[in-house]
Ligand binder design. Structure first.
Ligand code: M6R
Length: 369
């Protein structure tokens, strides 16, 4: 049932191009518009939404952090993403014009379920993004957009994460489409790019051998840091989470702009630091800033592992290890940038002799608060 792979996680990493393509299937029409009729929240209601709140845990929360950036950019509706376990304990401000999006692979995560129950009690509409048909979270929501990742067995979430991202982009673009924003042209262009993004994911998977080698060479390290900005920040957090749960290593993700506010004190000779570099096109200010962050940490001895777009030559002089990813629109980059981090964590776990599919102390779905 592992389809020739040693672990379910490896199989699930490899299934990502298909999972992404399946999640898009039937949701983009021939004219390049989105058809999300299955999301049974009427367009009239979506047009009235004045705030979006995303609740989720763990990896799904990282997808939610990226969704916030996409929703705010394409729709200009204020959006906040919150850990489901924190959400209801702060008496959040919600009403009928709030759209709450609950993201969960299993559909059974108790923290997320409690958060959405609280939201509905306050009159908010709840849309679930879920991978498990008929599970509790979609059953208790007003509407659901299913991810089509297929069953995910490994405790560490991989293909579910990529499909959660796809679903979040679809919702963000759909809200933009329904409400009409000044980003109409960009929305159409991104939909076209999304339609072929599975091939980019596939391309990343084909170039992972050096990442595996690198991971093996770091098996005796204690700490790995991850840095990113904008959508690269949640990707950094996700890379760190994967490493914690699988390799049992001290791993932390930071927003690169925070370095000077504390974390740079951690940098010492030969400390591995993974940096997710945004596309040099589009938001080039961010790109310049991260290049100087890489220079800063390298000057202090860090061993830099740089994930950057094909053709981005500016990072070459400062990268001890360079991992290339295909060029994508800025907001879609997590779909390709996360994959090397999954492979990295899986390989490090194996090299350290850990149980990849069943890490210690963890359960696939967390049904207690
Ligand atoms: O089933 P859910 O998506 O609600 O699960 C949420 C988290 O428990 C889950 O993503 C967890 O963080 C994973 N083990 C991460 O790999």
């Amino acid at each position: 049932e592992k389809g020739g792979y040693d672990y379910f996680m490896l199989k699930e990493i490899a299934e990502q191009p298909k999972a992404v393509a399946d999640t898009l299937l039937g949701r983009i029409d021939n004219a390049g518009s989105l058809t999300l009729d299955e999301v049974r929240i009427p367009a009239s209601v979506l047009r009235e939404v004045d705030k979006v709140v995303i609740v989720a845990c763990g990896t799904a929360y990282h997808a939610g952090m990226i969704a916030k950036l996409a929703i705010e950019h394409w729709t200009r509706i204020p959006c906040e993403t919150e850990l489901a376990s924190e959400f209801r304990y702060r008496d959040p401000i919600l009403d009928r014009r709030t759209l709450v999006i609950a993201i969960s692979q299993s559909g059974e995560t108790m923290d997320t379920l409690m958060a959405l129950r609280h939201a509905r009690e306050q009159g908010a509409k709840v849309l679930a993004i879920c991978n498990t048909n008929g599970s509790t979270i979609p059953r208790e929501s007003d509407a659901v957009l299913y991810t089509h990742a297929g069953p995910e067995v490994a405790v560490a979430s991989t293909k579910a994460f990529l499909t959660q991202l796809v679903a979040c982009y679809l919702v963000a673009l759909y809200l933009g489409q329904v409400r009409g924003t000044k980003w109409g042209d960009e929305i159409r262009a991104v939909i076209r790019e999304l339609a072929s993004i599975a091939q980019d994911v596939d391309q990343v998977l084909e170039t992972m051998e050096p990442v595996r080698e690198l991971a093996r060479s770091l098996a005796d390290k204690d700490t790995v840091l991850f840095l990113g900005r904008h959508v690269g920040y949640p990707v950094a957090l996700e890379g760190a989470l994967k490493l914690k749960e699988l390799a049992y290593m001290h791993a932390e993700g930071f927003a690169a702009g925070e370095l000077k506010h504390g974390p740079i004190a951690l940098i010492e000779q030969d400390l591995p630091v993974v940096v997710v570099v945004p596309s040099p096109r589009g938001r080039s200010v961010l790109h310049d800033k991260i290049v100087s962050n890489i220079q800063e940490i390298r000057a202090r001895g860090a061993r830099t592992i740089v994930i950057a777009e094909v053709g981005d030559e500016t990072v070459v002089p400062y990268a001890d290890h360079l991992i290339r990813i295909p060029a994508t629109p800025t907001l879609l980059q997590p779909l390709v940038a996360t994959v090397p981090l999954q492979v990295f964590a899986c390989e490090l776990a194996t090299a350290r002799g850990n149980e990849v599919d069943q890490p210690r102390n963890l359960a696939k779905s967390v049904t207690v608060e």
